[in-house]
Design a protein around this ligand. Structure first.
Ligand code: ADP
Ligand code: ASP
Ligand code: MG
Length: 407
């Protein structure tokens, strides 16, 4: 078999854990498999590098940030190769340029375009374990790019697809995918299986156990994906197309603290305003999430609020300010102390009671709702950041997600 394994930062945080992972990798090879391993930067290395950059320049360019951040993963693969050699194994480390992982141009949030498999295949044929840097690629200028925070999962799934691997195992610091973040909701339950679609929603709504794009790719290329703990023998969670085992009304709760709200107050109530505002955001490559527009008042003025990622707040505010006269609003308000809480479930569309149960749980917990957004498979509300963990526990409790229950 050809196996792609990915180990996250906490799994390789210190020498002891590096050796733990080295032994797991070598065991997989000893069973007769070809093994390709994707590694993230050790522990909090990426956060540390970001802090280091900010000490020098509070607004560094995205290109230079990628140049800096990509070093974290390079350290991991080199150290792992040394650990495996020390244990008597045979491994080689490769970065994105050496493999040939090409991406789109956009620094800090690039998408993988193509992966050259030649070098990896040659090294496997030579009996090597191949250790590849996660999170990074190279763009058409030959510059290093990164895939967005948590992007090593995507590197692993993309490699599994390109190599036509039999399985892609994502090793992390929890036993698999849970009904909520087990660090926030102590009663969260591990799922044995979850569908690509539900996982995609959970990931895009903030469950950082898998990078959203990795799930998209796994679905597209039908990659057999398993999330497991690098420090236990639990069999983990399988992410796949269909799972008839547990058709839950609500499969999980996700939270996301990386959210800012922008409100444009006193916009003229005429056709085309929403179009102009969101065209501007799109031009600045700012993704907009929840949008709320009110019906307008007697003076023919209205307000539009929307949420974006915190990292885009400066760019969005600057763009709005620059276009103030043209957009014609009275003032802009913004709030970074908000967070999203969402419930996800394929059975939601046909069950009108779900939304009211969700809101009741928040009401019972005394939590105020700022904005609401719904779709067939999810409901999201915006609350104060300080309330969001408690909200997750309350909602998880309300839907009794701790216990298995069929539809
Ligand atoms: P890695 O460094 O291995 O990539 P991450 O920190 O990116 O690990 O992702 C694992 C973390 O995701 C867990 O420690 C957990 O706190 C968090 N998490 C959030 N939601 C979930 C969920 N539904 N199931 C499992 N873990 C979750
Ligand atoms: N090291 C990168 C990050 O911290 C990528 C990853 O961990 O997947 O975001
Ligand atoms: Mg991660």
């Amino acid at each position: 078999m050809l196996i792609v394994q990915k180990y996250g930062g906490s799994s390789v945080a210190n020498p002891e854990r590096v050796f733990n992972v080295a032994k797991r990798i070598m065991a997989a090879q000893a069973e007769g498999n070809d093994v390709v391993v994707v590694l993230s930067a050790q522990g909090k290395t990426t956060d540390g590098l970001i802090a280091k950059a900010k000490e020098i320049n509070p607004k560094p360019s995205r290109r230079e940030m990628d140049m800096l951040l990509a070093t974290g993963e390079q350290q991991s693969v080199a150290l792992m190769a040394m650990a495996i050699a020390h244990l008597g194994g045979k491994a080689i480390s490769l970065n994105a340029a050496q493999v040939g992982i090409t991406t789109t141009q956009n620094y800090s949030n690039a998408r993988i375009r193509h992966i050259n498999t030649e070098r990896i295949m040659t090294e496997l044929e030579n009996g090597n374990i191949v250790l590849v840097t996660g999170f990074q690629g190279i763009n058409q200028f030959g510059d290093l790019t990164t895939l967005g925070r948590g992007g090593s999962d995507t590197s692993a799934v993309a490699l599994a697809a390109a190599l036509d691997a039999d399985i892609c195992e994502i090793y992390t610091d929890v036993d698999g995918v849970f009904t909520a973040d087990p660090r926030v909701v102590p009663g969260a339950r591990k799922l044995d299986v979850i569908s690509y679609d539900e996982m995609l929603e959970l990931a895009s709504l903030g469950a950082k156990v898998l990078h959203c794009r990795s799930v998209e790719l796994a679905k597209k290329y039908n990659v057999k994906l398993i999330v497991r703990n690098s420090m236990s023998d639990d069999k983990g969670t399988e992410v796949k197309e269909e799972c008839k085992m547990e058709r839950m009304l609500v499969s999980g709760v996700a939270t996301d603290k990386n959210v800012s709200r922008i409100s444009l107050i006193g916009i003229e109530n005429v056709p085309g305003k929403a179009f102009e505002i969101f065209r501007l955001m799109a031009k600045e490559k700012v993704s907009v999430d929840i949008i709320l527009q009110d019906v307008g008042n007697a003076e023919n003025k209205q307000n539009i609020s929307f949420t974006i990622g915190e990292e885009d707040l400066d760019i969005a505010l600057k763009a709005l300010d620059k276009n103030r006269a043209h957009l014609g609003f009275e003032r802009v308000e913004h709030d970074e102390t908000v967070a999203k809480i969402s419930i996800v479930g394929a059975g939601m569309a046909t069950n009108p009671g779900i939304a009211s149960m969700f809101f009741e749980a928040l009401y019972d917990a005394g939590i105020n709702i700022h904005m609401i957004s719904t779709s067939e498979i999810k409901i999201t509300v915006l609350v104060d950041e300080n309330d969001v963990d408690e909200a997750a526990r309350a909602v998880h409790d309300k839907f009794k997600l701790a216990s298995v229950h069929a539809e």
